[in-house]
Every structure is written in structure tokens, then in C-alpha cells.
Write a protein that binds this ligand. Structure first.
Ligand code: ASP
Length: 438
């Protein structure tokens, strides 16, 4: 029988009712043998996440202020879950120990990690699974980076002799033997690490949405969810601002050839979004897979007659930018023009330096900087060798009178990037969605 690693996010485990849903989901498929929980999330719109309360308790104590009120909210939440589920474990004892550690001046990461730890203790008891503490199996190197090879060796060995386990997300142990956490949202990363070490057939990431949407629902309220997406497409969309998964959670499973399935704990019949390595079994109903965009870019355009025959021109422009401490995002070029797309926030403090350095090094005919730009990526494996996609996209934009300031299509043909003025940004995303989906 194959194995599935199921990671449940904070909203999926925010109270006893959600714990019951999780147990049902696990019972539906016996292959779901390793469970990675987050800390309890929000139960209602203005509720507080347990992790936020833990960070607050830490800071208040550090600053010599009263942290007991914040900690009592944490205590209340865990005691409530334990009582509602009638678990055997004495959760008050665990809470007392954590409180004593905070009192004694423990580290921020230790404090922050306790939401996952306690949720894991409760869940393991409730499910009758073994509790596997990541402090003994997930490691960080001395420079703070995740030590993937040591972790994989030690964790794989542990899992090979563990049938069913709950492994809390978000933390492990550093070279200093202290608890360290991943960045916020890092339980996704733990789930991916466990999936790799378990040689899992699937990494399921259970959340409160039925997968990735084809576009940001704040811009396109009717955006449909994506059924199948490749890791490469996901990378393009995430890079351009689409978020569901922690960025670092993609690599371990992608490398191990394990598909990720984003599922909805509140609607487990929904198939969600399947992220896989290569070819997907089901054909995408649309030419495009998704649209994502980001604001806050500037385009530096350098123009010079006969630029193309001037050897080293491009290198000099990029060198000038590098010398000013910037890295570029995109690089669309024409015959006599070269455009470099940069983050406006990074460019702003060194703008004059960039202009004078490029002028000195390349003596261009003109150099202009256009700020306030948004970049929109239209991504889809269906666009590859599908003639007419670009022309549909541009005519959709021109019909809505959106002025396209920059175009960039990588040779992979997996995405088309367009730069538009900030004021046209939302309008443009909606126009592209309507053209390809509705
Ligand atoms: N609880 C942590 C956070 O809120 C990690 C996670 O939920 O993935 O960031």
C-alpha cells in the first residue's frame, strides 16, 4: 500500500470540530499515514492565530511587560480542544512547562514552535498515532539554512519503522541544539520534507480553499480553480505573486517526483488542485492555466542606434545595474532597445547612480525610466506551440484600451509577461481572464 502525507493548515485544526473533520478525512483513505499539523488558526474573521499569540507572549516577556493575558488565550484554546475531544493527555501540564520556559526567558523560535507542538500532541492522542517530535528529525545547519540531507537520512530511517505518526510542522533543531523554525507558513515545508523522507506517493496539503484559483479572486471574483498544474507553471505563478503554498515547500517534493494535491478540509469531496512533475493525465480545459501579477516595478529603457552590433552593450548595462547593488527581474530586448525591469523599491534609493553609471558605460541615445508598473504573467503549458495565444491576449488588452508597456515571452513559451501601468493592472488581469476562460 502506498503512503500519503497529509498536512493540515491552521484553519483545518482551529477547534475540536475541525479535528473531527481531519479524523474523517484520514479514515477515508488508509494510505494517509503521516500527518503534519499547523498550529490552530483563526476560527472567525477577527480571531487570532495561536502562532501570533505565541510571538506576542515572547515579545511582551522580553520587553518586561505582562505576557500572561496573551498566554492565557493560548491556554484556553488548547484546553478547550482537549476537553471537547476528551483526549487522555494532560494538556495543562504541557502548557505549564511552556509557560515556565517563557518565564525563564526562552528563545523566540522555541516559543513560536509550541503551537504546532501542542496541536501535534493533541492530534496524536486523538487519532491514536505516534507523536514524532521534529526536534529529533529535522535539522538546520549552523548558518540557519535547512539541512536537507541530514534530515532526510535520519527522518527516512525513523519513518521506515513507524506506521502512523503525527509530526508537527514549522520547526526542527539547529546546530546549537536549540529549536529553530522555518519562516512563517513553514508547516508546508515540513509536510514536503516528510513526504520526501517517507517516499510518499502523494503530498496532500489540506487547507480552507479548494485549490489554486486561476486568478486572484479579489480581482476576478468568479475565478475558477485549477485542476492540474505542473511544478514549473506553479513556480511561474508563485514568482509573480500567487500564494497558497510556502515557496520552499515545492522543491523537496518536486525533486523527489511526488505530486502535491491542495485539498479543502471543509469540502473533502472536491478534488482540489493537483501539482505534478510533468505531463498530467487530464487535459487542461483552457489554453492558459492561470494569471498572476505584481505591482511595484520600474522599467529602465536604454536606446541606441546600431546597439545590436555593439559587442558587450548588454553586459555593460547589466554590469552598471549590478554595481549599484540591484538584481533585475526581467530583460525584454528589441533591436536597438534594451529594457531592464527592476523592483521600484530597490531602484528608488540608487536611481541617480544607476542612470549616471549606464550613461557613462554605454553612452546611449536615450535612457528613460518608467515607474508605477505592474507585471502580469499569463501562464500555461497549453500555450506551448499553440499559435494565436499571444494575439488573443493582446487583442483582449487592446479592446479594453490597456496600454502594454512591455512584453516578454520566455523561450519556454510557458508564460507571456506584460507590463502595464498600475492604473490598468486589475483591468488587464480581468480582460485576460475573460478572453481565455469565459
Ligand atoms: N504556525 C506557523 C505560522 O502561522 C506555521 C504554519 O502555520 O505553517 O506561520
Amino acid at each position: 500500500m502506498g503512503r500519503i502525507v497529509a498536512k493540515f493548515g491552521g484553519s483545518s485544526l482551529c477547534d475540536a470540530g475541525q479535528f473531527r473533520k481531519v479524523r474523517k478525512i484520514l479514515e477515508m483513505d488508509q494510505r494517509r499515514c503521516y500527518v503534519v499539523p499547523s498550529a490552530p488558526g483563526r476560527r472567525f474573521a477577527d480571531d487570532e492565530k495561536v502562532t501570533d499569540l505565541l510571538y506576542r507572549s515572547y515579545r511582551l516577556k522580553r520587553d518586561g511587560q505582562d505576557y500572561m493575558q496573551a498566554f492565557s488565550l493560548i491556554r484556553k484554546r488548547f484546553v478547550q480542544i482537549a476537553e471537547d475531544l476528551s483526549v487522555k493527555v494532560d494538556i495543562e501540564k504541557y502548557l505549564d512547562k511552556i509557560q515556565a520556559e517563557i518565564e525563564a526567558g526562552t528563545t523566540e523560535d522555541y516559543c513560536a514552535s509550541r503551537g504546532e507542538y501542542l496541536n501535534g500532541v493533541l492530534l496524536a492522542d486523538y487519532l491514536g498515532f505516534e507523536f514524532v517530535d521534529p526536534k529529533d528529525y529535522i535539522f538546520f545547519a549552523a548558518d540557519g539554512s535547512f539541512d536537507s540531507e541530514r534530515t532526510n537520512t535520519v527522518l527516512a530511517q525513523k519513518l521506515s519503522s513507524t506506521e502512523k505518526a503525527v509530526i508537527p510542522g514549522f520547526y526542527g533543531t539547529g546546530a546549537d541544539n536549540q529549536i529553530h523554525t522555518f519562516s512563517r507558513g513553514g508547516s508546508d515545508v515540513t509536510g514536503a520534507i516528510v513526504a520526501r523522507a517517507a517516499y510518499a506517493d502523494m503530498y496532500e496539503n489540506w487547507t480552507d480553499v479548494s485549490g489554486f484559483l486561476m486568478a486572484d479572486p479579489r480581482i476576478v471574483p468568479e475565478a475558477k480553480s485549477i485542476r492540474n498544474i505542473t511544478y514549473r507553471e506553479l513556480r511561474e505563478l508563485s514568482y509573480m505573486g500567487a500564494t497558497v503554498l510556502h515557496e520552499d515547500s515545492v522543491f523537496p517534493v518536486h525533486r523527489a517526483g511526488i505530486p502535491t494535491n491542495i485539498r479543502n478540509t471543509n469540502d473533502p469531496q472536491e478534488r482540489g488542485t493537483m501539482i505534478s512533475h510533468g505531463a498530467v493525465e487530464e487535459k487542461n480545459p483552457y489554453v492558459i492555466t492561470g494569471i498572476a501579477g505584481k505591482l511595484g516595478f520600474s522599467v529602465v529603457s536604454v536606446e541606441k542606434a546600431m546597439m545590436n552590433s555593439e559587442r558587450g552593450f548588454g553586459r555593460k548595462v547589466l554590469q552598471a545595474i549590478e554595481e549599484c547593488g540591484l538584481s533585475f527581474e526581467h530583460l525584454p530586448t528589441g533591436i536597438d532597445t534594451m529594457c531592464v525591469v527592476l523592483s521600484s523599491a530597490e531602484l528608488e534609493p540608487v536611481k541617480e547612480q544607476v542612470v549616471s553609471r549606464i550613461m557613462e558605460m554605454t553612452s546611449p541615445d536615450t535612457l528613460t525610466i518608467h515607474d508605477d508598473m505592474g507585471i502580469i504573467a499569463t501562464v500555461g503549458r497549453g500555450m506551448v506551440q499553440n499559435p494565436g495565444t499571444a494575439s488573443r491576449l493582446f487583442s483582449a488588452l487592446s479592446k479594453k484600451q490597456v496600454n502594454v508597456r512591455m512584453i516578454d515571452q520566455g523561450s519556454s513559451e510557458l508564460s507571456i509577461l506584460v507590463g502595464v501601468d498600475t492604473k490598468d493592472f486589475r483591468f488587464a488581469i480581468d480582460a485576460i481572464y475573460q478572453e481565455f476562460v469565459n
